[in-house]
Ligand binder design. Structure first.
Ligand SMILES: *[C@@H]1O[C@H](CO)[C@@H](O)[C@H](O)[C@H]1NC(C)=O
Ligand SMILES: *[C@@H]1O[C@H](CO)[C@@H](O)[C@H](O)[C@H]1NC(C)=O
Length: 351
């Protein structure tokens, strides 16, 4: 079938040449969750906007287009976080839990990237002023490596944050994205929608894929309640050893390892992600580590919890390393070698 192969190769070359600009165009979906954008606008309008941040839709656009909403800020990769932070602050000042919840959900929405399967980078240049916002990262393209686990971890962390402000944790599911598109899809359209309807076209068209079951969300939220106490108590033990015995609550029964001592030196808020490593070589952050289960849980590692924070953090770094190696081997992460991934794991373990 030499002739057929030749024909296919020719067709491929022709298609690549002609379609090259289409391969690189953005997959538009910034209006898919218009319901959240509408609430975001309400939240922002409740107070001042000292950095003159633009409409919340900008934070969901790809890097080049997002620049239009930067206002006095400078990092397109942090615009979504900073917009969410502004909305949360204003909603919190007004005591509006609906709008605070919308700001948390908005922080977790997927951003546009240049092609199906391409992940958006983490915001690394600034930290949100609200720890609830700082704990959350955005959904990743469902066709990208490890996306199901990554996105589930994001939704469970989001649910914990929503619960911590007195909202309905099941609303975390609203941040879900579409079914995966096909890598190399010449239309680059994925399974998205982008028409503007008040309820969000992802809801109107029934295209939203739940990242977790309600049982998983309830488990994550109740794990937070008991586990967070253990973490805070561990932190208090550190304080007793070195600083201020007067501020120490009830006796401590949690075993604190060396790494736990270091990581717990500032008191984590409930549901806080205790994994602080922010490297994302290969396109994946290490999954969140939160208080829960027997002590600590690693997002995406269902049915497995850890007594020691150090062990949980190590597992999180290892999950990231696997995702990175998969991306390196599959060619999804161009210019990244498995050795680079291993070096990142060393940095992650040292963080
Ligand atoms: C919160 O904000 C929403 C949307 O703007 C509004 O409909 C609702 O009345 C507000 N709730 C309170 C308690 O102010
Ligand atoms: C957890 O910490 C305790 C006390 O330091 C240690 O004995 C135990 O081996 C650790 N467990 C794991 C799984 O690292």
């Amino acid at each position: 079938m030499l002739f057929k192969s030749l024909l296919l190769a020719l067709a491929y070359i022709t298609a690549s040449n002609i379609a090259a600009p289409i391969f690189r165009r953005e997959v538009p979906q910034e209006h898919s969750h218009e319901n959240i954008l509408i609430l975001m606008r309400d939240a922002i309008a409740l107070g001042s906007n000292p950095q003159n941040i633009g409409d919340p839709v900008f934070g969901l656009l790809g890097d080049a287009a997002a620049a239009g909403g930067l206002g006095d800020t400078s990092d397109v990769e942090c615009l979504q976080q900073n917009t969410a932070d502004l909305a949360f602050t204003n909603a919190k000042t007004s005591g509006n839990v609906t709008l605070m919840t919308a700001a948390l959900v908005y922080r977790a929405l997927e951003r546009n990237t240049g092609s199906v399967g391409l992940q958006s980078n983490a915001c690394t240049s600034t930290t949100a002023t609200n720890p609830e916002i700082a704990a959350i990262s955005q959904h990743q393209d469902p066709a990208s490596t490890g996306a199901a686990a990554t996105n589930k971890a994001i939704v469970l962390t989001l649910a914990q944050q929503i619960a911590s402000i007195g909202g309905d944790p099941l609303q975390a599911l609203q941040s879900g994205t579409f079914a995966p598109g096909t890598i190399g899809d010449p239309t680059a359209a994925g399974n998205t929608c982008d028409n503007i309807v008040n309820e969000g076209c992802i809801n109107a068209d029934n295209k939203l894929v739940d990242d977790a079951t309600s049982a998983e969300i309830e488990a994550a939220v109740s794990g937070k309640a008991s586990g967070a106490t253990a973490t805070v108590t561990a932190a208090a033990k550190v304080a007793t050893n070195s600083v201020d015995a007067a501020s120490c609550p009830a006796p401590v029964t949690v075993t604190v390892t060396g790494a736990a001592t270091a990581a717990a030196s500032s008191t984590p808020s409930p549901g806080q992600n205790l994994q602080t490593f922010s490297g994302n070589l290969g396109g994946s952050l290490p999954p969140a580590v939160t208080a829960g289960g027997r002590g600590f849980v690693v997002a995406g590692q269902t049915g497995d919890s850890f007594v020691n924070l150090s062990a949980a953090l190590q597992r999180s770094c290892s999950v990231q390393n696997n995702a990175c190696a998969d991306a390196a081997n599959s060619g999804a992460a161009q210019g990244v070698s498995v050795g680079d991934c291993n070096a990142q794991e060393t940095q992650c373990n040292a963080a």
